[in-house]
Design a protein around this ligand. Sequence first.
Ligand code: AMP
Ligand code: MG
Length: 329
Amino acid sequence: MQTKICGIDEQSLALAKQLLLQGEAVAFPTETVYGLGADARSDEAVEHIYSVKGRPQDNPLIVHVHRDFDLSKLVADESSYAEKLRKAFLPGPLTLVYKSLGKVSAKVSCGLDTLAIRVPSHAGAQAFLKYVDLPVAAPSANISKHVSPVSAQHVFYDLQGKIPLILDGGACSGGIESTVCDVTGPYPVVLRQGLVSREMIEEVAGRCDVYVPKAGEQVRSPGMKYKHYAPKCKTCLYDSPEEALSVFEKYRAQGMRAYALCESKFARLFPDGFALDLGETAEDMAARLYALLRQGEQVADVIIAIRPAARDGVMAGVLNRLNKACAGE
Ligand code: AMP
Ligand code: MG
């Protein structure tokens, strides 16, 4: 199969809709990462997403809809705090997990009685979702366990020959996957951290916890148990910049192509051209992390990352991705 990359216009949107209705999967941009979308109502289309990505069959998908889509067609029992969160953050990088009405393929939620809903703010995503006017099941548009794609070229690198169309909306501005928040209980619980932080949710809802799986318990968000976001080269992660520098020098002395991945303030410790610079703020780091991991894996034998010291707000989501990407050592 030939994979076309097209800008987002009337012609490519019409093609995308036609492909979706035939059960195909189409990649599209969002403000977080690129998604791989298919018709959420169709068992075959949803199965096709899992097979294209090589995704484990028990890792549920998020359903994407446009901003005017009537959510009461898909989900039930919206509590008052959930309504507040929806009005405060959607469209935007927050996924809400509701009780499902069972109107989409059961394969979307892998048998769970809940449904994860996302309304992306990206203009290209909105144009696509509005044009097709369907619930679109979409995971990130990468091969399972590889780094999520933040440009059409990243999607092409992973999925060329496997999908017919990539809608190209340029580089994603957010850079890490949406925050996933369960709103089925008495107060919100964050299942995956992201650009809408726990603190931001708490401010609107009065309380917000972050889910930590207990030993032996069935994980509430199955995706959490998998290694993720990993580049193809060796990786390691240090809290101490000095230790990272000495490891960098050790690898270099062995003739290995070592690169550092760190905040701007530590980049200057490394020789020119050998630091992948994450920037200064948590938002910078979220926006750059995946592009740098993908750049790094092309040039490095080993990426030596330095873990930022901050722990709260958006940094919690950045650290979660960095830890998972560099879980090798
Ligand atoms: P991805 O598609 O790779 O962005 O991953 C989607 C994330 O959303 C995974 O971590 C899933 O476990 C989580 N997710 C999707 N649907 C549900 C659901 N119904 N309940 C809990 N978590 C969900
Ligand atoms: Mg993913």
